[in-house]
Ligand binder design. Structure first.
Ligand code: 5GP
Length: 194
């Protein structure tokens, strides 16, 4: 997605060979126009799938999940990283190791919001080792619902996430694919014609 690539080049900060900071438009301050375009692009990429709901994880997945859900006119639900006081039973849960924080969280979502006949599109901001996406997919599968695909805003293709998700049988669509962050420089993978 060209607009996203430009934002990454113009506003992204390479923190290390493995981490990109995009706090000016996605992870802290939000660019609503760019995030709306992401929603439109995800809808195109998963065209023809009968999606009934979007699932993401707090907090940075919420904005792109929202715009995608708005485009489709369907609800989205976000998994929580910390247990809510008002949500203590009736939960689906999975353990997720965080790449950036190096800690393991139990992510949870209420059983009320993922039902057996749901066809779920998972959306997240970054794909690194695939832990968050696999944890979200596990929540869907615990509910006997179906994962129709996984939409990622920024994929770090030099890390093993995509391979793991594809091996597990999921369709992965990423709006920007990074080949490398070495030497303080963002390099994109060649776009594959779709
Ligand atoms: P994974 O679970 O695939 O290992 O990592 C994905 C999660 O870690 C995302 O939800 C995102 O919050 C965080 N993450 C991974 N890599 C990066 C990165 O380079 N920059 C930022 N801002 N977040 C990242």
């Amino acid at each position: 997605m060209e607009e996203l690539k430009q934002a990454i080049l113009n506003k992204g900060v390479v923190v290390s060979n493995g981490v990109l900071k995009v706090d000016t438009f996605l992870n802290h301050q939000i660019d609503p126009i760019l995030i709306a375009q992401m929603g439109q692009e995800f809808v195109k990429r998963f065209n023809g799938k009968e999606i009934t709901k979007i699932l993401t994880i707090e907090s940075s997945g919420i904005a792109p999940a929202f715009t995608t859900a708005l485009e489709l006119g369907i609800p989205f639900v976000f998994a929580r990283k910390k247990k809510s006081l008002t949500l203590s039973s009736n939960l689906l849960s999975a353990k997720v190791h965080s790449f950036t924080k190096n800690e393991t969280n139990e992510i949870t979502v209420s059983k009320d919001f993922i039902l057996e006949d749901d066809k779920i599109l998972i959306i997240d901001d970054f794909l690194a080792n695939g832990e968050a996406a696999l944890g979200l997919a596990s929540l869907v599968e615990q509910a006997n619902a179906t994962v129709v695909g996984i939409g990622i805003v920024i994929e770090k293709s030099f890390q093993p996430g995509r391979e793991k998700l594809e091996q597990a049988g999921y369709q992965v669509e990423s709006l920007a694919r990074l080949a490398s962050l070495e030497n303080n420089t963002v390099r994109f993978l060649e776009e594959v014609a779709t």
